[in-house]
Design a protein around this ligand. Structure first.
Ligand code: S3P
Length: 434
């Protein structure tokens, strides 16, 4: 299979969630273009509407948000369903902790098992009333509490935790400072600044000064680097000499750790036409087929590539020699335990690997097929499903991937787009389990 042509990936998931929430509490109308109309972001959109924000969607990817101001949200009167979206649940916990009314957040079976104390704990330190059920959802939030500015040291590097605290800190009586052990995506900070909020970042410390109001914005969401990642690896494994071109990709340095890792493995990826799109850097990427070699991934790169590690593991299986990833224990807490899910798939496809508590060591095959054919389970996790579809480029026989409906949580249109650049992939109709 040859992977070629020019493509664009849909809008960034993290930015789309944040744009809805922050523009919803800004003053006046904000316009967001290239919005990601995926299931996760549509859960946030529905929740903002339920909280009283008028949102028009003239097309799938364009939203007009009529902001209600910092104090204009109203009680939804029912539990808010976040679906599969961990980002939505964690960020809404921060936003709703500061409101006058009570709220309850629920989600699908996977989200109902994910840890929420990581956001509840700092919010309680701010004076909020946030309750979880033994650490997991439903999350119950009591309204009407005065929030205080705090200095909070996050035990892990998490943009969701940082953003939840920043959202609550908008309403606090003094500045809030958050420090982290490693950097994480800074989209909240960038959008907040665009709304006129003073947010200072000094190394790994972020300080927010509570504003009187948020200004409305006109935002264009860049292509999601995490979605581009699947095609970056596909291009490395199977592009013709002229390469595969991916346009309009978000290049925020807190997101592009995968590029540095792949380049250290010998990947030939050109960054073209680097520019700013509002507050976010974007560029075109031209990816050339490359012979990869195994590396020890620096621990500092892990938080900058956290969502891309499953597809990095696929690249590693095709590299010459051993790749090892450590310091990635957060992978166990995503939509699935991604270390266990990748290991199960590798076992089914004959890839030699060792599971570590916080990562994986993978023995790459070098040239030729790196995977047998076979059946792998995505464990309902979109990034596991898409990663194994890229593995098919180096598989001796077809790979069948089970339980793939969740691809729509982050990447609607993945299958036709993958087909358009040469991947031999098809979706089977969902079978009735009864
Ligand atoms: C996200 C942060 C990351 C990432 C997730 C999206 C965000 O999670 O894995 O897909 O939009 O803030 P953590 O904050 O748990 O690292």
């Amino acid at each position: 299979m040859r992977i070629f042509g020019t493509m664009a990936v849909p809008g960034d998931k993290s930015i789309s969630h944040r744009a809805l929430m922050l523009c919803g509490i800004a003053e006046g109308m904000s316009e967001v273009s290239d919005f990601l109309a995926s299931e996760d972001c549509l859960a946030t959109l529905a929740a903002m509407r339920a909280l009283g924000v008028r949102i028009e969607q003239p097309s799938d990817t364009q939203v007009l948000i009529h902001g209600v101001g910092l104090h204009g949200l109203r009680d939804a009167g029912r539990a808010l369903d976040m679906g599969n979206a961990g980002t939505a649940m964690r960020l809404f916990t921060g936003l709703l902790a500061a409101q006058k009314f009570d709220s309850r957040l629920v989600g699908d079976a996977s989200l109902m098992k994910r840890p929420m104390e990581r956001v509840a704990k700092p919010l309680r330190e701010m004076g909020a009333d946030v309750r979880t059920c033994n650490g997991t959802p439903p999350v119950d939030i009591g309204g009407g509490h005065r929030l205080h500015g705090v200095e909070y040291r996050m035990p892990m590097s998490s943009a969701q935790v940082k953003s939840a605290i920043l959202l609550a800190a908008l309403y606090a009586d003094a500045t809030t400072t958050i420090s982290a052990p490693a950097s994480s995506r800074d989209h909240s900070e960038r959008i907040l600044k665009g709304c006129g909020v003073r947010v200072d970042t000094e190394g790994l410390r972020t300080t927010l000064h509570p504003p009187q109001r948020l200004l409305n914005q006109k935002l264009t969401v860049p292509g999601d680097f995490s979605s581009a990642a699947f095609f970056i690896v596909a291009g490395l494994l199977g592009a013709p000499p002229e390469g595969l071109m991916i346009s309009g990709v978000g290049m925020n340095p807190t997101r592009t750790g995968l590029l540095d890792i792949l380049r250290s493995m010998g990947a030939d990826i050109e960054i073209l036409n680097a520019r700013m799109s509002g507050a976010e850097p974007v560029a075109e990427l031209r990816v050339h087929a490359s012979r990869l070699r195994g590396v020890t991934v620096p621990v500092e790169s892990v938080s900058l590539a956290i969502d891309e590690l499953p597809v990095l593991f696929i690249a590693a299986a095709c590299a010459q020699g051993v790749t090892s990833v450590t310091g990635a224990e957060e992978l166990r807490l995503k939509e699935s335990d991604r270390i266990a899910a990748m290991s199960a798939g590798f076992t089914a496809l004959g890839v030699a690997h060792a599971v570590l508590p916080d990562g994986m060591r993978i023995e790459g095959r070098g040239e030729g097929p790196a995977f047998s054919g076979g059946t792998v389970d995505s464990f309902g996790d979109h990034r596991i499903a898409m990663s194994f579809s890229i593995a098919s480029l180096r598989a001796a026989e077809p790979i069948k991937i089970l339980d793939v409906a969740n691809v729509a949580t982050s990447f609607p249109g993945f299958v036709p787009l993958a087909r358009s650049v040469g991947l031999a992939i098809r979706e089977s109709p969902i079978r009735d389990p009864k």
